[in-house]
Design a protein around this ligand. Sequence first.
Ligand code: NAP
Length: 500
Amino acid sequence: MKKILLYLAMFLMITTNNLMAQEMRFPTYDNKTHTAEQQPFADLSQKIWDMMAAKDAEGLKTIFHPNCEFVHMGGYWGTEQELATIGGGMIWYKHAEVYGVEVKMINKSNVAVYSTIVLDAELGGQTTSHPFFVTQVFNNEEGAWKLISFVFTTRTGGPGVEMPNAPQGGQQPLARPQGPAADYKAPVTPTLTLNNGVKMPQFGIGTFLMPGNDACYDAVLTALRMGYRHIDTAHAYQDEQGVGRAVNDFCKESGVKRSEIWVTSKLWPSEYAQADAIDKMLARMGLDYIDLLYPHQPVGDFKTAWHNMEAAVKAGKVRCLGLSNFEVKEAQDAYRWCVDSTSVKPVILQMECHPYAQRVAESTQVRKDGMVVECWYPLGGQASNGALLRDPVINSIANKRNITPAQVILAWHIQEGHSIIPKSDNPKHIQENIESLNIKLTDAEMKQMRDLNREKRFYEFNIEQTRQFVNFSLPDEQAGGDASAWNRQMSEELERGNKQ
Ligand SMILES: NC(=O)c1ccc[n+]([C@@H]2O[C@H](COP(=O)([O-])OP(=O)(O)OC[C@H]3O[C@@H](n4cnc5c(N)ncnc54)[C@H](OP(=O)(O)O)[C@@H]3O)[C@@H](O)[C@H]2O)c1
């Protein structure tokens, strides 16, 4: 048997998106588009969604190959784990709205089914909705067709995705980044002085949900050319290579020193106990050191991770350490241990923070402990579906000043003293975001913004759900290389198989 494993890039995507697009869905899946040879596989694919909706783990067992690979939510699961999850009700795949199905007969033993879906899932009592491209590979063993690979890849555009500010109909690759216009004047980025005396650029670009290393490279290079000097990535985003490449190329082309650029990354819980995790990170990025390193989540063996991180600081591989998501109340022991019992103290805490969830209590504590607040989802993130950008108060300030709602939000953050790392792979947004540094809101406007606080987070994951990340190893850990290179290799193998 020629075993085909198809791994596609999968970001850590926590599917808490409550997309408002649900009532706008118009499924276009048409059974008649398939040949008689293809139809059974389209049907089998639909049968799997139906069985998952019915939590029919026993039925699915007859279709899932015992060695099937499931790639979703940033990790690789085996059949046993997937069936336990479905049967045990931990995740309920309630309904897949299927927009399109393509069946590829690869060879006699392998068939790929590609679907465009929006999946409603229930996690910890909450229904979430998220758009995916799904690849299922069926393998024929002794006459029976079994599912051997099941890969979810996050969609940021296309049917069923209501993102007012995102390109529709699929993410378009960026044109190779050009420099900014000749008369462009880069705003000066303010710095924050951390508790170890190091100065950090307050504003930067985030790279969560970049559509792959190449798009990430383009976006980061565009940002650096527009004056950005701070980049936030993570092993979980599977785009550290794109970040490192952009930093190195930009330093070469511009003469700007590496020391003038701030690079942050994060360790994933599945690698906390690995002594060589930081060396591997530097190798992935092609950098000698990074400026800031976080343990991404307050779960698992974070103490071993912290000791390894302290050793990396002493060895000059990392300049500063921070805490990511350690502010949640269930992680208070972990938070206090990192603050009170370590030899290299955290200088910063990264958490979700924006006008609707200003995290006042958490920020007060973080500052009391001598740390700076860095905000993820500064614009509400994809999970907000543009809610902050549509807010009437924010829009009224924007209209009055002839600036954009995103610029109002970013200016508010900067004046609150937050470090912010808005993500964009759209050159227009990249420029617009850094130009928010030229804006100064009045005291009255700052009050209007503060009054929007309802401490309502867009990301709702409890600590039990977060603990599952300890067992989620990342695609490049599994494949031993870059996820996108692996994807290309596997796609080529599928293509070759297709021609047999
Ligand atoms: N520590 C953690 O657990 C954690 C969790 C989440 C995020 N983060 C970090 O924080 C960064 C920021 O968070 P995030 O990326 O999730 O959310 P975000 O920056 O609040 O929002 C990103 C979204 O806003 C859109 N956008 C950006 N600029 C815009 C503009 N000027 N006008 C309209 N839309 C705009 C982007 O689309 P376009 O790309 O099309 O512009 C994207 O859809 C991440 O990239 C990541 O580095 C950390």
